[in-house]
Design a protein around this ligand. Structure first.
Ligand SMILES: [Ca+2]
Ligand SMILES: [Ca+2]
Length: 262
């Protein structure tokens, strides 16, 4: 039984959320342990195909914004759960309307979601018919006793993370409760902001990534956004590699008919 392996991943998941919270509190820690790594190039920001008959994303649940056939095809191609793919795609379409300057692609969100919780499948979880992680996803208790994590005292009285003494990162996109409270969005339009619900979590991540960012197609700004989510160049490189892996392969035979259409 490989206990160490099972324990390691949550530590990786949480490093960034912790740092994000500390940055917001104005006391970013030194990051001496990590060797200097070159920042990655920004992945292409990929846009989904919209569902037919949608003139505005306003008032439409995130999961209904992208073309359902496109969602299934791309999700299957990249082994992303379909429900998570619908959320990534819907969030990119919504943001294109509400924050066009940010240019966030579905693959940046899928890169974060993939690295954080393997698209809400971490620890045997999965998304139910409402897009809610079952069982709910919680990071380790941030009481400072686990190597690689810091102590983060409770801010939510246990409402979101079930712990009224310390904090735990919550949901598919691993938000600390304090960060969630600040940026929370209602992606599925059910009137609740639920960090365990994939549309809410992904749209909140998109808002967070675009909050101080002008253009995610620029290398420096993409890296700045991702390292705000998690202040680690290794993390940024990991997300970049994951997001880049979703780019369509160059296919000379496919290029010709597309060129003909134009
Ligand atoms: Ca708490
Ligand atoms: Ca909601």
């Amino acid at each position: 039984m490989n206990t160490a392996k099972h324990r390691r991943r949550p530590l990786q998941l949480l490093a960034g959320a912790i740092v994000s919270a500390l940055i917001m509190a104005g006391c970013a820690p030194q990051n001496d342990a990590e060797p200097a790594l070159e920042p990655p190039e920004a992945p292409q920001q990929l846009m989904p195909v919209s569902a037919e008959d949608i003139e505005s994303t306003e008032g439409v649940p995130l999961a209904e914004l992208a073309d359902p056939d496109w969602v299934v095809d791309v999700a299957t191609e990249h082994a992303i759960p379909h429900r998570a793919m619908a959320a990534y795609a819907g969030a990119a379409l919504r943001m294109a309307e509400t924050h066009p300057e940010c240019k966030i692609g579905w693959n940046t969100l899928a890169g974060v979601g993939g690295v954080e919780t393997a698209h809400a499948s971490h620890g045997g979880s999965g998304l139910d018919a409402h897009g809610v992680a079952q069982p709910a996803i919680y990071g380790p208790v941030l009481d400072g006793t686990t190597e690689g994590t810091m102590a983060v005292e409770d801010t939510d009285e246990g409402d979101l993370d079930g712990d009224d003494e310390w904090e735990r990162a919550v949901g598919p996109m691993q938000f600390l409760p304090e960060t969630w409270e600040r940026y929370a969005q209602d992606g599925n339009l059910d009137g609740e902001n639920d960090p365990q619900q994939i549309d809410d979590a992904v749209l909140t991540a998109a808002e967070y990534l675009c909050h101080n960012t002008k253009d995610l197609t620029a290398d420096e700004q993409w890296v700045a956004a991702i390292t705000t989510y998690n202040q680690s160049m290794a993390y940024a490189r990991n997300v970049a590699a994951t997001a880049t892996s979703f780019e369509p392969e160059e296919d000379a035979s496919a290029a010709e008919p597309q060129a003909a259409i134009q």
